[in-house]
Design a binder for this molecule. Structure first.
Ligand code: FES
Length: 159
C-alpha cells in the first residue's frame, strides 16, 4: 500500500467512524426519547388506574371522627384534619354537627364550653351557638359547617 492509498484508507476510516458516532448518537437520543415517552405513558396510565372512585371524587374526602355513642349529648370533640381544626358537637337533643373551629374574627382556634353549650373564642370573647351562629363579640360571620353523615353509628365528616 502506497502513501496515497494509506491516506485514503485513513480518511475513509475517519468518515466511517464519524457516521457511526452520529448513528450512535442518534440511536442514543432515540432511546432516551422513547424511554421518557414510555415513562410518561406509564405515569398517565398509573394515575388513571389509581384515581379515586367517582363517589369520593365528587364528594371530596370523608374522615371518620369516631362513634356517635362516644360523644355524650351536650359534648364536643376537637379534631384536626391537616391544618384545619374541626369541632364535632353533639347537642342536647342528640343531633351531631361539624363546624370549623376557626374564629371568623381573627382566626383563633375555638373551644366548646359544655357548661354554657356555646363555642367560645379565647382571643376576644366571641361566642357561637351549636349551629355556628354568632351569639356575641366581634366575629363578623357564622362558622363554616361541614357536611356530616352517620353510617352504622360512626360519624364521617366531608372535608
Ligand atoms: S379572634 Fe375570635 S373573637 Fe377575635
Amino acid at each position: 500500500m502506497n502513501d496515497k492509498e494509506q491516506i485514503k484508507s485513513v480518511e475513509s476510516d475517519r468518515a466511517a467512524d464519524e457516521v457511526f458516532s452520529r448513528r450512535g448518537m442518534l440511536r442514543w437520543m432515540a432511546g432516551v426519547f422513547l424511554s421518557l415517552w414510555a415513562f410518561g405513558a406509564f405515569w398517565v396510565a398509573a394515575g388513571f388506574l389509581m384515581a379515586p372512585g367517582a363517589e369520593e371524587h365528587a364528594m371530596g374526602q370523608m374522615i371518620s371522627v369516631g362513634e356517635v355513642a362516644s360523644l355524650s349529648p351536650g359534648d364536643a370533640r376537637l379534631i384536626h384534619h391537616r391544618s384545619q381544626p374541626i369541632l364535632v358537637i353533639r347537642d342536647l337533643s342528640g343531633e351531631v354537627a361539624a363546624l370549623s373551629a376557626i374564629c371568623t374574627h381573627m382566626r383563633c382556634v375555638l373551644h366548646w364550653d359544655s357548661q354554657a353549650q356555646v363555642i367560645r373564642c379565647p382571643c376576644h370573647g366571641g361566642t357561637f351557638d351549636v349551629d355556628g351562629n354568632v351569639l356575641s363579640g366581634p366575629p363578623p360571620r357564622p362558622l363554616a359547617r361541614f357536611v356530616l353523615e352517620v353510617r352504622l353509628g360512626e360519624i364521617f365528616v366531608h372535608v
